[in-house]
Design a binder for this molecule. Structure first.
Ligand code: NAD
Length: 321
C-alpha cells in the first residue's frame, strides 16, 4: 500500500485538480455510478470530540474507501487544526488497503471545490459581488475556489466573531480584490453569490435579506442541528445538493424538511445539472441554493488523485501491508 503524508499534499494537488475530481464524482453519483454509504458521526465523550466515517464506492472511477476523522475543539491550543482526518483507499477487486492519505488539506480543498462547482453551474454569469458568511479555517479556501468561476470585482463579508474578518480581508487582498465588512442586510442585498461556511446552530441569513438572482452555497451545515439560513430561504430557492439523503438528515435542508415546508422531491442533485439532465438555473431572477453537506466520495476522489500524483512524483511511501 501507499502512504501519502499530510505534509506532502500541498505540493501535489491543485485547487483545479480538486475541482475536476469533485465535479466528476458528483456527475457519477447522479448517474448512479457512485454511491455513499450512511455517515457515522459520534460524540465520543472524550476531548469534546466528534468522530466518524464517511465512505462510499465509485464504480466508474473504482474508488472504494473511507475518510475517518472529526472535530477536536481543543486542538488549536495544541497547534493543530481542529478538524483531523485520514483517507483510506481499498482495491475494489480484492478489498486490500491500497492507500492511506492525509485528509486535512484535502477536506478543505474538496469542500471548496464543491461550492465552486455549484457556482460554475448555478450562479448568474454576470455575478460581480461575492458575499462570505464565516471567516474560519475553511473560508479562505472557499473564497479562493469561488473566484475561479466568475469575474468578481469585490468581496463583502460578515462573521459572528467580527475579530476574525481579517482572514477574509487578507485572502481577498491576495486575490487582488477589495474587501468590505458589512451587515447581513447589505450582504444579502449586494452579493450575487453568497457562501456560508460557519459552525452555526441558528439561522444567520433570512429569506427577506436575499436579493432575486442570488446563488447561495451553504457549506457549513454538515451535522444534525446545525443551520446557517432560515428554512424560509430554502423554501424560496431552487435547491440543489451533493446528496439528497444527507441534505435532509444532516444538511441545511433538514430544517425545512422536518417542519414540512418542502418535500424531498424539491431537492435536486447538482450532479444532474453537471450531467445535463436538470437545467439548473432557469431565470436571472431565480434564487439558487446549494446544500453542500460533504460526501465521502468527494474525499475518495481527491485522495485517489493525490495517490496518482504522489506515485508519479516519487513522494508516495510504499509499505508492505
Ligand atoms: P472554524 O472553527 O475555523 O470556524 C468556524 C466559523 O463559524 C467561524 O467563522 C466562526 O465565527 C463561526 N461561528 C462559530 N460559532 C458560531 C455561531 N454560534 N454562530 C455563527 N457563526 C459561528 O471552522 P471551519 O474549519 O472554517 O469550518 C466551518 C464549518 O464548515 C464547520 O461547521 C465545519 O463542520 C463545516 N465543514 C463542512 C464541510 C462540508 O463538506 N460541508 C467540510 C468541512 C467543514
Amino acid at each position: 500500500m501507499w502512504i501519502v503524508p499530510e505534509a506532502a499534499i500541498a505540493d501535489l494537488i491543485t485547487p483545479e485538480a480538486s475541482f475536476e475530481a469533485v465535479e466528476a464524482v458528483f456527475g457519477a453519483m447522479s448517474r448512479g455510478d457512485a454511491y455513499n454509504f450512511p455517515v457515522i458521526r459520534e460524540s465520543i465523550g472524550h476531548a469534546d470530540a466528534l468522530y466518524g466515517f464517511k465512505s462510499g464506492f465509485d464504480r466508474a472511477g473504482l474508488n472504494l474507501g473511507l475518510k475517518s476523522g472529526g472535530y477536536w475543539p481543543g486542538n488549536e491550543a495544541k497547534g493543530l487544526t481542529n478538524h483531523q482526518s485520514t483517507v483510506f483507499l481499498f482495491d475494489a477487486d480484492t478489498g486490500k488497503c491500497s492507500a492511506c492519505v492525509g485528509g486535512n488539506l484535502l477536506t478543505a480543498l474538496r469542500t471548496a471545490a464543491a461550492s465552486s462547482v455549484s457556482i460554475k453551474h448555478l450562479a448568474r454569469a454576470d455575478s460581480k459581488v461575492l458575499g462570505m458568511i464565516g471567516a474560519g479555517h475553511q473560508s479562505a479556501f472557499q473564497m479562493r475556489a469561488a473566484v475561479q468561476q466568475r469575474n468578481f470585482d469585490k468581496v463583502i463579508g460578515w462573521n459572528f466573531h467580527p475579530e476574525m474578518l481579517s482572514r477574509l480581508e487578507e485572502t481577498a487582498g491576495t486575490l487582488g480584490l477589495p474587501f468590505e465588512a458589512v451587515d447581513l442586510d447589505r450582504l444579502g442585498q449586494e452579493a450575487d453569490v453568497i457562501i456560508s461556511i460557519t459552525s452555526s446552530f441558528d439561522p444567520i441569513l433570512k429569506a427577506a435579506q436575499v436579493s432575486a438572482g442570488t446563488h447561495i452555497a451553504c457549506m457549513g451545515t454538515d451535522t444534525k442541528g446545525k443551520q446557517e439560513v432560515e428554512a424560509e430561504l430554502v423554501v424560496k430557492a431552487t435547491v440543489f445538493t451533493d446528496e439528497v439523503a444527507q441534505a435532509i438528515s444532516i444538511g441545511e435542508c433538514q430544517h425545512a424538511i422536518a417542519a414540512g415546508m418542502i418535500e424531498q422531491s424539491a431537492i435536486n442533485e447538482l450532479g444532474a445539472v453537471i450531467n445535463g439532465t436538470h437545467p439548473g438555473r432557469t431565470s436571472a431572477g431565480e434564487i439558487t441554493l446549494f446544500d453542500g453537506t460533504g460526501v465521502g466520495l468527494q474525499d475518495l476522489a481527491v485522495a485517489a488523485r493525490v495517490v496518482e500524483l504522489a506515485i508519479a512524483k516519487g513522494v508516495a511511501i510504499e509499505v508492505d501491508f
